[in-house]
Design a protein around this ligand. Structure first.
Ligand code: URA
Length: 199
């Protein structure tokens, strides 16, 4: 039998199609890339938008950035099968251009619904495109690796802003910073999990 959360997530996907979100992107995309992973995850990773490999496979973070994300998960002893991974924009922008503000705004309510279903302890934003919706008017260079608590709908949620793995791939010092920030995740989860249990 299907998990109730799985059913609710499938409904969000159906609604994106039904609501005709970003028809221009939809028209040239192979797949609507909703997300992948554990629907009961304590951590949800949110990237920018699908690239070519993600568009073809229908799964997020399958290319070089995904390989690096996998390496960091292994390095932090977090299983990919324990987390949920998605993007703010669910269709591939042509030529992998940055998603526009309009596109991000169009998909934001569906992302909020996804999080409301999964109810993670922490959201890890990968890059500024997803960060700016959770932590408006902040600069990633100033707040990366620093968790903060926000209210999203009826839930308190920890936002951990990280650099995007693709940006760090070819920049040694950014890569070292990202890995260092990433390695803080297990302790942060433990800390807030205990706090939640003690309320
Ligand atoms: N970059 C992203 O932000 N998301 C993906 O799914 C792949 C690459």
């Amino acid at each position: 039998m299907k998990d109730k959360k799985q059913v609710l997530l499938e409904q969000i996907k159906a609604d994106i199609i039904e609501d005709n979100v970003c028809p221009d992107l939809a028209q040239q995309a192979t797949n609507l890339v909703m997300g992948d992973g554990n629907v009961n995850a304590e951590i949800v990773f949110i990237g920018e938008a699908p690239g070519k490999k993600e568009d073809v496979s229908g799964l997020p973070f399958m290319g070089a950035a995904g390989k690096f994300l996998d390496e960091m998960l292994v390095g932090s002893s977090i299983k990919r099968s324990d987390v949920y991974i998605t993007n703010i924009v669910k269709y591939r922008p042509p030529e992998n251009r940055d998603p526009s503000i309009k596109e991000k705004e169009a998909f934001w309510p569906y992302l909020v619904r996804q999080l409301d279903v999964i109810q993670p302890i922490a959201v890890v934003t990968l890059g500024r495109h997803s960060m700016e919706y959770f932590l408006p008017n902040q600069k990633i260079g100033e707040i990366h690796g620093q968790p903060s608590q926000i209210r999203l709908g009826d839930n308190n949620i920890i936002i951990m802003p990280l650099y995007h793995p693709a940006a760090a791939l070819y920049n040694r010092s950014l890569k070292a910073t990202l890995v260092e920030d990433f390695n803080k995740l297990p302790k942060i989860i433990d800390f807030y999990k205990n706090e939640k249990e003690n309320i």
